[in-house]
Design a protein around this ligand. Structure first.
Ligand code: HEC
Ligand code: HEC
Ligand code: HEC
Ligand code: HEC
Ligand code: HEC
Length: 196
């Protein structure tokens, strides 16, 4: 009896693992954010979560242009000339500043070239950054939480890791439909507005 029960339990564990893998694989969509090694380990959770710096203090173009934009080295140094100046990551920052070089941040969220996405229109419609990018204020690295890595998949499966949504066409259109229905918006559903 005993060996048989052992096999049964092992089989069940294997089955659960396989189902988990299948589910997480199925939930991956094409244009989702990928984790990336950034040149400086910039922690959103410290800046937004702990120190309550507004998203648009750093991503200042969001409300007036297609792009949200990234802050300049000078903006970072406004605080970091003094704040935490002795830490290794801040020394890297000071190096870029001294050389007058921009920081080569790795892009995380990107829709294909043939898609038109303007931030301005979405912010004017009163949407929050988090509706599209997830809980950035809790992230140590933007995008890493949504990356296709086994530990992330498991944490997500048990609900311990919040994710940002995938940037698929279905996702855009679903929200446009819902906003038009519930808030009387005029978000486009025709092909040429998003593809031109
Ligand atoms: C408004 C002020 C402010 C601005 C602007 C700012 N930071 Fe910070 N940053 C802080 C504070 C405060 C901390 C927490 C320091 C501490 O732990 O004592 C911090 C922490 C950090 C850390 C973690 C340091 C460590 O190893 O503990 C990094 C890296 C960092 N900032 C990079 C940046 C970069 C890059 C920019 C520009 C994109 C930037 N910061 C802009 C205030 C700012
Ligand atoms: C102190 C400056 C600062 C603040 C405040 C800040 N960010 Fe950022 N953000 C950055 C920097 C620097 C990067 C580039 C490095 C990275 O991707 O982590 C970045 C990257 C991002 C990205 C990924 C961009 C890409 O490449 O696709 C998103 C999305 C984002 N931030 C959203 C937010 C949101 C939402 C908030 C407010 C909840 C916020 N940020 C607050 C500095 C900031
Ligand atoms: C309606 C959904 C939506 C909202 C709301 C939104 N974003 Fe984005 N964001 C996107 C998409 C889609 C992309 C990729 C755009 C592209 O590739 O052209 C993106 C790209 C970015 C980027 C990297 C490229 C760039 O534009 O500089 C940053 C930084 C960013 N968002 C920050 C923010 C911040 C900060 C807010 C709130 C002030 C915000 N986003 C609100 C959907 C959104
Ligand atoms: C969270 C909801 C939401 C998501 C997700 C979303 N949108 Fe929108 N979108 C809106 C709303 C709301 C408007 C504004 C409608 C209005 O002003 O009546 C809008 C407007 C637009 C417009 C018209 C801009 C203008 O100047 O009139 C374009 C283009 C657009 N969205 C593209 C996209 C694309 C591409 C994506 C996916 C990558 C996307 N949207 C994802 C809610 C969303
Ligand atoms: C609200 C914005 C929006 C509208 C409206 C829209 N699309 Fe898209 N479309 C997207 C985005 C975003 C992508 C990229 C999605 C991705 O890579 O997963 C895309 C991708 C595509 C692709 C490439 C798909 C692939 O798998 O490579 C085709 C083809 C396409 N759209 C056709 C259309 C047609 C036809 C219509 C009209 C019936 C339409 N789209 C309306 C946002 C939109």
């Amino acid at each position: 009896m005993r060996p048989k029960a052992g096999v049964g339990v092992l089989g069940l564990v294997l089955l659960v693992v396989l189902i988990a893998l299948a589910l997480t694989n199925w939930s991956r969509r094409p244009a989702a954010a990928r984790p990336s090694a950034q040149p400086i380990n910039f922690p959103h959770n410290v800046h937004v979560g702990t120190y309550k710096i507004d998203c648009q203090y750093c991503h200042a173009d969001a409300r007036r242009s297609d792009y949200a934009g990234l802050p300049s080295v000078t903006r970072c140094m406004g605080c970091h000339k003094i704040t935490a100046a002795d830490r290794p990551e801040i020394k890297k920052l000071a190096d870029y500043a001294a050389k007058g070089q921009p920081i080569p941040w790795v892009r995380v969220y990107k829709v294909p070239e043939y898609v038109y996405f303007p931030h301005k229109a979405h912010l004017r419609a009163g949407l929050k950054c988090q509706q599209c990018h997830g809980p950035v204020e809790t992230m140590t690295t933007v995008g890493a939480d949504t990356g296709p890595q086994l530990p992330n998949d498991f944490l997500r499966l048990v609900g311990l890791r919040p994710t940002g949504p995938p940037l698929s066409m279905g996702w855009c259109i679903e929200c446009h439909r819902e906003q038009n229905r519930t808030r009387d918006m005029h978000a486009p559903l025709d092909c040429v507005t998003c593809h031109h």
